[in-house]
Design a protein around this ligand. Structure first.
Ligand SMILES: Nc1ncnc2c1ncn2[C@@H]1O[C@H](COP(=O)(O)OP(=O)(O)OP(=O)(O)O)[C@@H](O)[C@H]1O
Ligand SMILES: [Mg+2]
Length: 222
């Protein structure tokens, strides 16, 4: 039921609206994302980009509208089904990445595999090498720089080859060279694994490399 491999679409959003208390934040947002496609979401601070990614990532229930991960409609899933689907089908990289402080970089990266019953230390190691952290695998998060933690969070998000990857400013604290490498990885994941990638970024050098860009302005796609 949760299989998405038959679908060409990684994501479909239909007529999504959202408000916090009295504050409307998103207005009638509709979009689709194909597998293999990297979509950049841009817009001024406060325009609703993170809110949109949170809703798509099922971290908050939508108040109005529909979200489909491939063929799976989020509204129709029971909470435990939604949590499982999110673990298996989604890679999430958010502005505040949550690494576990007691686990090394390698253990943090491999954690989704352990939880899914598919431990793969070799892939975790290879991903850390790809993000330039092959020499930091035994470091705990508090012994990593902000940008290094961000790259561990990326490696962790890629571990299970998610068909849908949501990334909220994944390069916010990286220098240009590392930001470009993260973008390389996102494009590679989309190309090699057929993942749909939705990327929020303020960096025009990155959004220019995406296949398509959407602009959010005051909660509306323009
Ligand atoms: N939990 C909340 N309660 C009330 N208002 C909120 C909440 N979260 C966000 N908002 C408001 O919703 C609006 C959109 O916020 P959001 O975080 O989605 O913006 P953003 O486009 O991601 O901005 P940035 O580029 O600064 O990250 C903002 O005006 C923000 O103040
Ligand atoms: Mg944001």
């Amino acid at each position: 039921m949760l299989e998405m491999s038959l679908s060409k679409e990684a994501l479909r959003v239909e007529h999504l609206s959202h408000h916090y208390a009295e504050t409307p934040v998103l207005f009638d947002v509709s979009l689709t994302l194909e597998r293999g496609e990297v979509l950049a979401l841009v817009g001024p601070s406060g325009s609703g980009k993170s809110t949109l990614l949170h809703l798509i990532g099922a971290l908050e229930p939508p108040q109005k509208g529909r979200i489909l991960w491939g063929e799976v409609e989020l509204n129709l899933l029971k909470p435990e089904e939604r949590a499982r689907a999110r673990r298996q089908k989604l890679g999430l990289i958010f502005q505040h990445h949550y690494l576990l402080e007691d686990l090394t970089a390698l253990e943090n990266t491999g954690l989704p595999g352990l939880i899914a019953g598919k431990p793969d230390a070799n892939r975790a190691q290879a991903l850390l090498e790809k993000v330039g952290l092959g020499h930091r695998t035994t470091h705990l998060p508090n012994a990593l720089s902000g940008g290094e933690r961000q790259r561990v969070a990326l490696a962790r998000a890629l571990l299970l080859r998610p068909p849908l990857l949501l990334a909220d400013e994944p390069t916010g604290s990286l220098d240009q060279k590392n930001a470009a490498q993260v973008m390389d990885l996102l494009l590679e994941l989309a190309f090699e694994e057929g993942a749909g990638v939705m990327l929020v970024t303020h960096d025009e050098r990155l959004s220019a490399r995406a296949h398509r860009t959407l602009n959010l302005l005051d909660g509306r796609l323009v």
